[in-house]
Design a protein around this ligand. Structure first.
Ligand code: FE2
Length: 269
């Protein structure tokens, strides 16, 4: 199963700019690349910060831009979003029984479980107000089926002081309860605007630097330098044996040589 993971679009209203650039233009270029190379993907998930300020005009713009994407898409919320305006603009996006933008997609490789970590008006994330209970119930109802979590905020640290205050609150007990469920194979998240991946408490995770602005990783400073690098997105190949995450940068590359094909797989063994 091929899964596209986009994150942190930070769209602003038509005609406005963010740090001097146009986030919608960066998204359009990213969509062009996905349409060129990845229309065989089963799903494209955007893990939040769809807009920069949560205004309705930016969600309308997002709706317009996404019309060109030729892969089914699921949208999640980040701390820069407004749940109210998102639901107005995308009334068909599935929500849980408490109104949070949480849902399950039964994919060909297992269950994709989408989480809503937004706390209105704050930068940190949360699974309070029955969101964690909803997740644990989803994990428990099919304990033998592999589950893949997708959320805006990380559920583990990333080693950068800047993001310590902006993680999911109570992430330690949260990740412990997820580990105890026993069927989560990978966590895909956004929020951090850096390329990062690894394993925490035995569960692999990955995040790309995203489509809009990026942050230069710094392991000692609490403030952060925002930069405009090329937009990036991840392509995950998932099957029973594991998860492979490839990172793509939306930039023009110059092919310097075409290498000869290698030996056939059976001959190489
Ligand atoms: Fe963001």
């Amino acid at each position: 199963m091929k899964l596209i993971h986009l994150t942190d679009l930070h769209l602003v209203p038509p005609g406005a700019t963010l740090f001097g650039f146009d986030p919608a233009e960066r998204l359009r270029k990213t969509i062009e690349r996905i349409n060129r190379d990845h229309t065989d993907a089963e799903l494209c998930v955007v893990t939040g910060d769809l807009t920069d300020e949560g205004d309705f005009a930016s969600y309308e713009l997002l709706r317009d831009v996404l019309r060109d994407l030729r892969v089914p898409t699921r949208l999640l919320l980040g701390n820069h979003d407004s749940r109210e305006n998102f639901v107005r603009a995308f009334p068909g996006e599935p929500r849980d029984e408490n109104g949070f933008v949480q849902s399950v997609h039964e994919s060909s490789a297992g269950r994709l479980i989408f989480l809503d970590t937004l706390v209105d008006g704050f930068g940190h994330g949360s699974l309070s107000d029955n969101r964690l209970e909803w997740l644990l119930a989803r994990l428990a109802e099919k304990p033998d089926v592999p589950a893949y979590l997708l959320a805006h905020h990380p559920l583990q640290p990333i080693g950068l002081p800047h993001f310590e205050p902006w993680n999911t609150e109570n992430w330690r007990p949260v990740i412990r309860s997820i580990v105890a469920a026993g069927n989560v194979r990978h966590i895909f998240h956004g929020h951090v605007h850096v390329d990062v991946g690894g394993t925490w408490s035995g569960i692999p995770f990955s995040a790309s630097r995203g489509v809009a602005h990026q942050i230069i990783p710094n392991f000692s400073r609490r403030d952060a330098d925002f930069v405009e690098d090329a937009p990036a997105f991840d392509v995950a190949l998932i099957d029973d044996d594991g998860v492979l995450v490839h990172r793509f940068e939306v930039s023009d590359r110059h092919v310097v040589e075409i290498s000869a094909a290698g030996p056939r797989p059976e001959a190489a063994q």
